[in-house]
Design a protein around this ligand. Sequence first.
Ligand code: ZN
Length: 718
Amino acid sequence: FDKLWGRENLDLLRERKVIPPGKLEPPKAVLSNEHWAKLNCSPDLFRCTMTKIPETATLLQKSRLPLGLLIHPFRDLSNLPVIQCQTIVRCRACRTYINPFVHFVSDRRWKCNLCFRVNDLPDEFMFDPVSQTVGDPSRRPEVKNSTLEFLAPAEYMLRPPQPATYVFLFDVSHNAIQSGYLKVACDLLLENLDGIPGDARTQVAFITYDSRVHFYCLSEDLSQPQMLIVSDIDDMFIPCPDNLLVNLRGNLDLVADLLHQLPQRFEETHETRSALGAALQAAFKMLSPIGGRVTVMQSCLPNAGPGALAVREDPNLRAGKEVPTTHVNPATDFYKKLALDCSGQHIAVDLFLLSSQFADLATLAGMSRFSGGCIHYYPGGLSIHTFHGNFFVRSTDLLTLPNVNPDEGFGVQISIDENLTGQSNVCFQVALLYTSSKGERRIRIHTLALPTAGTVPDILASADQQTVMGLVAKMAVDRTLNSSLTDARDAFVNMLVDILSTYKMTQNLGSSQGMLLAQPSIKLLPLYTLALMKHVAFRVGVSTRLDERVHGLNQMKSLPLDDLIRHIYPDLYPLHHLSDQFVTGEDDEVVMLPPRLHLSYEFVDGNGAYLLDTGDMFIMYVCKGITPQFIQDIFDLPNYDALPHEMSDLPEVDNEASEHFRSFISHLQSERFMPAAFLMIREDSKNRGLFTQCLIEDRSEAGSSYMEFLQHLKTQVK
Ligand SMILES: [Zn+2]
């Protein structure tokens, strides 16, 4: 009976395999109203750290679980109802949008489910657009969908919708050219020119920079793109008013010419300086009348003009127990200020940092964090191949997120200020107002309803452990930046000990000596916590470059939950015998799904091949003892010795094994927000550490083994 309710006791010290072989499904909220349960918001979009909300703040405190929400509001949806109407119905008191969980007092009035005020319905709401009839308001799409989008009427628009506009900023200093990225980036852009989101009005501009800033005139009257150079980088200006930002469709040939020429143009450069700040100011000036998206490709520490930075990382301290808080925080507020100016003008800045040297990501990240942009970091070496065209040119959809504080990303902590006793459900609603790449102003709404709980065991049983870890990871980033890394790491363990102690207490088991008890809803917390403490963002004892750590911290803040969990605890699959377990993928293709393995050498067979899915990378690890047949099937090579040490493309070989493997990869790819790069490494490759450092359940410089960690927890749990 207890097992049925997910309440059976597990002794974590005996239960070696806590990771399920298949997908870990999010726990379901059980609403007493069956109709509501069917309409509830998808956990892919909106998840709470518990599927039952404690009735009081005291109960929440006793449970020791953090209460919060993780939101992935812009996830691609196959079926999103879009509504066009004159009046968007909202509560007059609290501005909540009408949703499936409201109560209709009569045909003409509804009671808000957040503040309980009774509101009138407009006449328009009586009309059902689907059946084209007048009558029952509960037939409206607004009350039949917990996720939907409104085409905003004029009052939501401060100005006419803008065309999609992109400015590309390329670092062309010596280092940048040496890294070879410019060719890859230009080729990718060329491939994707047709795919850039937008319409016939889409505009583009290109700026390159070293110690000077170069603009490109793309006028229809020219036979060739014309370069204009500004040397006075301390007082940036735009050298000519027209033809720098041009209509893409109308100037496709010139744009393509430029992208072909750029990589050669700077081949021989000896410029070691990089005036990123000045180039950003130029892009800001160019875009401020209309807004748009800036894509920055930077490959070294900006060291000229405004926003120049100095080297401040001490390589000797990379494995230290503590990172100076000043080093994980920005050195100057130049980039943050610029980003805030950008945000005010509807400009988002995406940063691609490709640097094998220290480039001060802690400071540079400000340009994206405060403008609603994204950060991609490629720490040299393997990096160049891992760009992907389709996220290199992203839509301008996400320009302004006025209802989401960019500081908090998409994680929100919640406190209970008033008792919810007597209330059987609680609702949460997020609304996002934005401009689509087709120039429409839209509002996307998500509403989530959750039941309440009146006892601690009930709350613990309702824990959503992945969401708990997602929220805790975000909280730990703040703690690292504001206090210290040690504090953040201590907080992980303290929370875990508190939760397990609470659980033990509520179970009232006298004879639990020698055991570490948990129930299914919390059984992964110790494993995930250990993984977090060994993650590049929070680890100590292992040499960690400052930019890498800062990037890890940024990702904790911004990744959607599925990707975040994969980052913390990557998925490991055996490839040498793809199992009989399969699902039907897109186009009725059969996809083989090998069972997921725990991240330990215990499960790595020297005769095997493995796939490690870290979220942004698929690392294929091939062991020496693999059969020649496998190498032939997958790589079309005779044997292990013929295999290159590393390979970043997966060959298409015409046989069943290769097909199964490739459809498995594309199945994994189809489930994520951003495509992952592929990298095959041999067991004896110098980069094997990329694989082995992910085996976080084994003891390493980064910390104890999973079993040792559990033993330690056992001594702490009261
Ligand atoms: Zn209200």
